[in-house]
Design a protein around this ligand. Structure first.
Ligand SMILES: *Cc1c(COP(=O)(O)O)cnc(C)c1O
Length: 357
């Protein structure tokens, strides 16, 4: 199997090996030590700054998105949401369900946002800003410098879903003034699905402490309190947390988050440089390093996904809904190499030679 989807992605051998072991009991000093290290490393890699905290929830990335919103915003807030695809849409759904007032900016699919998109919302009564740093469904990387300046100018609390962007694109929580950042195990962390993380600035921790979130399982107050002793309120996905620990340590030992950003960016640039003779157009005008969204000119993107899966054993990432036939995506996260890029591009060229497109 060769997997170029955006999650679950392929895991390196040392992560797979841990998955083959028995899962240990976790109310122990040894497991607490692992969790202390997980918290410290994820904060370091997010550049979260003084007084920040991180907790790990057992749930997919959406659990951390919902936890972030319900633990830091209330009916008295008003959120501005960038909704440029499935994951932006998810933030609107979360706010709607939890009665948090919001307005949305809906850029054209595949497009980033500009100063002009934000201008009408300047100096209004918003209190918070919600964005998916990489809108994975279209591959767009939003201009976080622009968003950061807007939030600072307008005094907005900034929640950034970095589920796919974390480790793939440079993120500096403190520098950008990001208050809450979320990520998940099955994206660039390259572990099995099941764990998502919420990294909070000191200001966010204060907010969490002052809000009744109205949910037992996703209560971050409870999670923060337990994390003080390296524990979680409920049985976590213990095995996945051990795998995350091995992965975070490996990143630390090989140059830290900046080196990992560079590794993923190079893999991504290598793939994009190989596309010259193929009938694909980039779908997106400000792409993330985590994924390349492409539009084939003469075949259905979904048919291409099926063909590669069934005849070559290679998985690219299909799109759903209105983009199903127009867009497919190639991920650059997980245990992939330039050799793998070469295999995928050879398969594309083989299909071209056979007249598929
Ligand atoms: C993958 C992803 C999520 C989380 O999706 P789950 O299926 O709940 O893990 C959230 N936001 C973004 C931007 C993602 O790429």
């Amino acid at each position: 199997m060769l997997n170029f989807t955006v999650g679950p992605v392929m895991s390196p051998e040392y992560v797979l090996d841990i998955g083959a072991d028995q899962v240990p009991y976790f109310r122990t000093a040894e497991f607490s030590q692992v969790m202390f290290e997980n918290e410290a490393l994820i904060k370091e890699f997010a550049k979260a700054g003084e007084g920040s905290r991180a907790i790990f929830l057992t749930g997919s990335g959406s659990a951390s998105m919902e936890a972030a919103v319900i633990n830091t915003l209330t009916e008295n807030d008003k959120a501005l949401i960038i909704n440029g695809g499935n994951f932006g849409e998810r933030f609107t759904q979360i706010c709607r369900i939890h009665h948090i007032p919001f307005a949305q900016i809906t850029p054209e699919k595949g497009h980033g946002i500009t100063e002009a998109d934000l201008a009408p919302f300047e100096g209004q009564d918003f209190t918070a800003f919600l964005v998916n740093i990489c809108e994975t469904s279209t591959g767009v990387l939003y201009d976080m410098e622009l968003i950061s300046r807007f939030c600072k100018r307008n005094g907005l609390f900034l929640i950034a879903d970095a589920v796919s962007a974390f480790l793939a694109d440079p993120i500096d929580m403190e520098g950008l003034g990001i208050d809450v950042m979320t990520t998940a195990s099955q994206k660039a962390l390259a572990c099995p699905p099941g764990i998502s993380a919420v990294v909070m600035s000191a200001r966010a921790v204060e907010r969490v402490m002052s809000i009744e979130c109205g949910c037992m399982y996703l209560d971050l107050k409870d999670a923060l309190k337990n994390a003080e002793r390296g524990q979680t309120p409920f049985t976590p996905a213990v095995g996945t947390l051990l795998q995350i620990n091995a992965r975070l340590r490996q990143i630390k030992e090989t140059g830290g988050v900046d080196a990992e950003n560079v590794r993923i960016a190079s893999l991504c640039a290598d793939f994009r440089s190989r596309l010259t003779d193929l009938p694909f157009r980039p779908f997106c005008n400000s792409p993330s390093n985590c994924v390349t969204a492409l539009t084939p000119s003469s075949v259905s993107a979904y048919e291409l996904f099926l063909k590669l899966k069934d005849e070559y054993g290679i998985w690219i990432c299909p799109n759903g809904g209105e983009l199903r036939d127009r867009v497919f995506r190639v991920g650059h996260i997980g245990a992939l190499s330039t050799k793998d890029n070469e295999k995928l591009v050879s398969a594309f060229k083989d299909l071209k030679d056979k007249g598929f497109f």
